[in-house]
Design a protein around this ligand. Structure first.
Ligand SMILES: [Zn+2]
Length: 432
């Protein structure tokens, strides 16, 4: 600790922003970090604040005004401001079956509340942005992010975590695209009708061929490209990652992950998948946003320097123009030392500056790299605008066509020619 910092601590009782993690910050790097963050937005691609609001309150909208003060968890407006946060992806998420205890059935056809819960999460996010319009501004594109940032607002984007939220339906996905969802994580901790997950530590039994994407999942990747939603491969199996990278016409993202070679947790990205990222033949562009959750970083005792190690490792493999920052704040039960809440982002920026990252490289890490990927995803979507929406449905669905509406009795609402057609239909649900 610097003598001046020590004096400040002794005489004022204030805790310095960085608590003796290293001497790196004492050489002006923290000041430099804050200055940089005031010029270029730091975009955090994964903040779970909406689920905290929904978890803590029977009437979540009534709790929104509290964000102006101190709110439970890692995030509220004063702490985001202190941490110079430039933009956030608010997460639409509801727990997987393993957490809720629901059984979706082997065919994923047992109804759940996930679609309702996702719409409620979107409603909370929309109302949070509207109520706090002095601090938050909705954005979908890189241009909108920069507009929000230049007017002093925290750009507010929407990410959706897990295809278990989609009701097995590409139609639902298209409506979420209209509602502003900007990335879709192909799984959370459970398998879905679309894709295979690495679970939450213990390997899950395979449900799709090769433990990757289902046929509908392959169709989903193409549809995400068409509607301009980023394909997020966090939480997925390596085979889901490999298949999605190969299939996607647009760059892909990991909105919150680390490097498997540095810390052997299945949530992290393995080297052979990193090898698929780049400009070379057969490679795809991507950005990997490094997560802060100690479980994925270095276990107990993880600190800001370990997070920087993950960023540097990934950057050494795929380029400093392909890394970024994602806290997972409000979605983890522990934090790393030096990044305890949303007021602490400058510590990570200072750490990288102290390691010799240039100002230009840092502008990329903060948000420039991600915005390049967002622009490319939008370009691909624009180039596909003549492509018709995918009509694919989950192959194991049993409610379409609707031959048994009305419980199999007389179909009083069908015009006679419709009933006649249904009576002659070859396919019945019990044959599916
Ligand atoms: Zn997650």
């Amino acid at each position: 600790m610097h003598f001046a910092t020590l004096l400040l601590t002794l005489f004022t009782g204030l805790t310095p922003l960085v608590r003796c993690i290293g001497d790196a910050y004492d050489n002006g790097f923290l000041d430099q970090a804050i200055k940089l963050m005031e010029e270029s937005p730091l975009l955090d691609t994964h903040i779970d604040l909406p689920q905290i609001i929904r978890s803590l309150n029977r009437r979540p909208l009534d709790a929104l005004p509290q964000l102006n003060g101190s709110y439970p968890g890692h995030v509220d407006i004063p702490r985001m401001r202190e941490g110079r946060l430039g933009g956030a992806f608010w997460t639409v998420w509801a727990p997987c079956y393993d957490v809720t205890g629901e059984d979706p059935g082997a065919d994923f056809n047992t109804p759940t509340n996930h679609l309702r819960d996702s719409l409620e999460m979107l409603d909370i996010i929309q109302n949070m942005i509207a109520l706090h319009s002095d601090d938050l501004q909705y954005a979908r594109t890189s241009t909108e992010i920069m507009t929000a940032f230049s007017s002093g607002k925290i750009a507010s984007l929407i990410g959706m975590e897990g295809t278990h939220l989609l009701g097995n339906s590409l139609g639902a996905l298209r409506i979420f695209a209209q509602l502003g969802v900007r990335y879709l994580t192909l799984t959370h901790t459970c398998h879905s009708a679309f894709a295979s997950s690495v679970g939450s530590g213990t390997p899950l039994n395979d449900v799709h061929e090769g433990n990757g994407l289902s046929e509908l999942g392959k169709e989903l990747v193409k549809e995400l490209n068409r509607v301009g939603i980023m394909v997020d491969l966090s939480h997925t199996t390596p085979e889901t990652m490999r298949q999605a990278i190969a299939l996607s016409e647009a760059p892909v993202v990991w909105t919150h992950a680390g490097a498997r070679a540095l810390w052997d947790h299945p949530r992290n990205v393995p080297d052979d998948v990193l090898d698929m990222i780049g400009d070379g033949p057969g490679q795809k562009d991507a950005v990997i946003q490094s997560v802060f959750f100690p479980l994925f970083i270095a276990g107990e005792g993880s600190n800001v320097s370990h997070v920087a190690d993950h960023i540097e490792y990934i950057a050494n493999k795929i380029g400093r123009n392909r890394v970024g920052i994602a806290s997972d704040y409000d979605g983890m039960y522990a934090t790393v030392e030096g990044l305890e809440d949303a007021s602490k982002y400058p510590n990570l920026v200072a750490e990288l500056l102290s390691r010799g990252w240039t100002t230009e490289e840092m502008r990329g890490v903060l948000g420039g790299n991600l915005m390049r990927i967002m622009d490319k995803v939008d370009e691909v979507s624009e180039s596909l605008k003549e492509r018709l929406p995918s009509s694919a449905i989950w192959e194991k669905r049993k409610d379409l066509p609707s031959t048994n509406w009305g419980g199999g009795g007389p179909q009083m609402y069908w015009p006679p020619d419709v009933k006649d057609t249904v009576d002659k239909m070859q396919i019945r649900h019990d044959e599916l």
